[in-house]
Design a binder for this molecule. Structure first.
Ligand SMILES: [Zn+2]
Length: 434
């Protein structure tokens, strides 16, 4: 028999005899056991897996759309606002805007997962938050993400640089969210990214009377464009140096809600000068309309428009991708006073509970609370420093009280806050009968 007669072998799968001209006729063949699978069977298996994968993906999308129904039902705007009201004092306007923005964000997601046959596109509801330092921007978003049970990551926009410059690339914002989501890519892709200090990457135009030209900031804004709109972002793991061979993680930002925020110091002046110009024929009185007892800043800030932001140094393309403008007001003494006592996590409420565990009743004089609020206003830190100021006063109390188990009452007076006087501690029969 001539050697070049093609060999024949049975496929272990379909049992057909296959004439083997080359290895592709019987791609899987183990001469020892005789186990073999023919080309035609491998093709069938491949197609079966491929089809099944599509089905799985469709099934997965359907499941996700179903969970979105549940999320939408539980997070209707009035319910989101109700929740935020428990933690955030005032800022009615901001809470309303965010509640609607988040609700619409979920609706847009559901729309993307279920139907888009007629080609209607629902725009992303990315938000720009403008409000003075310490007015509660981050706190608001933190509570929002807790309610929604989605990952949330804050990235300081002023730390970002254009690719090729020393500093963090814009992808870091997505990477931070990825770690906030415990490296779960799917969760990452449905989270919230907050870019804080966004005003710091404003283009320094002549109008903003900066000393130095600063093209780098415009570059950062350009680099953020695609990410805000929705694109595949690639980044390396933390601690991994960026080089061409480094493995990367890919995240689609299509369904990530971007919120950018900052104090935008001086934006009120920009708004005012625009209003003055446009009101020239109506009379200046219309500029500061509304209640006279409100600070001028609060009256102006709610009238901010895209044109003002452009003047401030945000490029038009970025403004176009941040369709929702959310403005926050300054917190006055009364607001700070309420922050100290009213929210579920109010500092005073927390200290009361902590001391109650030591059998001690804690009492803050109203004058003491006002003094705390005044101090925070003097420091120009808004709500941010309230807890710290109380902590300074409470340290000795928290240290001394557990020395005894006696029921006592601690009173914090104005002098404790302003002059560092020691809080009065009296023995009482029991905290309840006092
Ligand atoms: Zn076969």
């Amino acid at each position: 028999m001539p050697n070049n007669t093609p060999m024949q072998h049975a496929c272990s799968f379909c049992k057909r005899m296959v004439t083997i001209h080359n290895q592709y006729d019987m791609p899987i063949y183990d001469p020892q056991s005789g186990f073999a699978i023919c080309r035609s069977c491998i093709k069938d298996i491949y197609h079966f897996i491929e089809e099944h994968e599509d089905e799985q993906e469709i099934e997965h999308k359907k499941e996700f759309a179903d969970t979105l129904d549940d999320t939408l039902h539980k997070n209707r705007p009035h319910l989101i606002k109700q929740y935020l009201d428990e933690y955030i004092i005032n800022q009615e306007h901001a809470k309303k805007i965010l509640s609607v923005a988040v609700y619409n964000h979920y609706k847009r997601m559901k729309y993307g997962y279920t139907n888009n046959e007629d080609g209607t596109e629902i725009e992303k509801s990315n938000v720009i938050m403008i409000g003075p330092s310490g007015c509660g921007k981050t706190a608001l978003l933190q509570h929002l993400s807790t309610l929604l049970d989605i990952p949330f990551a804050v990235t300081d926009a002023s730390s970002l640089t254009e690719a090729g410059f020393v500093g963090a690339d814009v992808e870091v914002a997505v990477r931070n969210l990825y770690y906030a989501a415990n490296k779960d890519i799917e969760k990452t892709e449905h989270g919230i990214i907050y870019l804080d200090e966004f005003d710091k990457i404003a283009r320094k135009s002549g109008e903003n009377n900066s000393i130095t030209a600063d093209p780098g900031h415009e570059g950062v804004q350009q680099a953020l464009l695609k990410m805000l709109e929705g694109s595949e972002v690639e980044f390396t793991a933390r601690g991994q140096r960026k080089h061409p061979e480094a493995p990367t993680i890919k995240v689609d930002t299509r369904n990530i809600l971007f919120i950018v925020g900052g104090a935008f110091v001086g934006i009120d002046k920009v708004i005012e000068s625009r209003l003055k110009k446009s009101d020239a024929n109506i009379g200046f009185g219309a500029v500061v309309k509304g209640k006279q007892d409100k600070p001028k800043y609060d009256e102006l800030i709610h009238q901010v428009n895209p044109e003002d932001l452009m003047k401030y140094g945000i490029i038009p393309e970025i403004i176009g991708r941040l369709p929702i403008i959310c403005t926050l007001e300054t917190l006055d003494e009364d607001a700070l006073l309420r922050i100290l006592t009213e929210p579920k996590n109010a500092p005073v409420r927390q200290y009361e509970k902590l001391l109650a565990m030591d059998n001690v009743e804690l009492k803050f004089d109203e004058a003491a609370l006002r003094a705390v609020a005044k101090k925070a206003i003097d420091r120009k830190t808004g709500a941010r420093s309230l807890k710290g100021i109380i902590e300074d006063t409470m340290l000795d109390v928290m240290f001394d009280i557990p020395k005894s188990d006696e029921p006592r009452r601690v009173t914090i007076t104005e002098d404790c806050i302003t002059k560092g006087a020691r809080p009065a501690i009296e023995n009482i029969v029991s905290p309840a009968s006092a």
